[in-house]
Design a protein around this ligand. Sequence first.
Ligand SMILES: Cc1cc2nc3c(=O)[nH]c(=O)nc-3n(C[C@H](O)[C@H](O)[C@H](O)COP(=O)(O)O)c2cc1C
Length: 257
Amino acid sequence: MSNDSIFKTFLVAFLLCVVCSVLVCLAAIVRIDKEAYNKQLEIRKTVLAAGGYQQQIDAGGKIDELFTTNMELKLVDLATGEYTTAVDAATYNQREAVENPELSVGIPADLDIAKIGTRAKYAAVYLDKSGTVVLPIHGGGMWGPIYGYISVAADGTTIKGLTFYQHAETPGLGAEIDNPNWKKQWPEKKIYNSSGKLAIKVVKKGKYNASAADAVSTVDGLAGATVTGNKVNAIIRYWLGENGYAPFLAKFKAERG
Ligand SMILES: Cc1cc2nc3c(=O)[nH]c(=O)nc-3n(C[C@H](O)[C@H](O)[C@H](O)COP(=O)(O)O)c2cc1C
């Protein structure tokens, strides 16, 4: 058959289309994989930062290596505070679980101080080799949801770090929640007072009094961003309260503290 035949012309055009489609599909798959990996890396970095590994990260420590060496993933049933194997921890996605009626619960409006609406039944927490636990938290900010992690020492009450990995707060105002100078207030603050009552709070900028009896549980707010400070206060108090991690932290303390 001649190379100029209509059949051969169409065959070459067809094969070229097939090759190009395969290349485009492969490129899309690689991009999706890379995006998923980058997302996972960002979360791992936040977990490590909240867990007190910021210095190692800044010194060029490898995120994946630091993470796999130090962090152990566990699922906690928030209703009981017990660890659970009801679902597979390795494939569980707490943010996706919120959309699944079997894996989530509605929060009554009067308890929903963080404006979450629905929360997952199980929380994906990270046990750090140093003895702390890193807990996921989230809730409404001024301009959109705020997601982050807070780490708590083996005594179940001392905060070791707080880091956010997603929010829509305004740069220079609410986004100052990412400022290391603001975040450095959190380590060593006590979540509960000596009677075991939830005490941690964020106050309006300038209202923090270092000599007040509750200073150990008080964080100064953000200049010109009281709304975001109040939102973070609500998020922290929801998640560390009785409807969040309080039952788990009591058990964690008994086990590890
Ligand atoms: C465009 C715009 C964006 C703002 N973004 C934030 C924000 O992200 N977080 C925040 O708390 N306040 C933000 N504010 C300011 C709030 O409306 C409010 O004035 C402030 O939180 C009050 O804090 P202050 O009592 O410390 O002044 C923004 C205001 C404007 C006009």
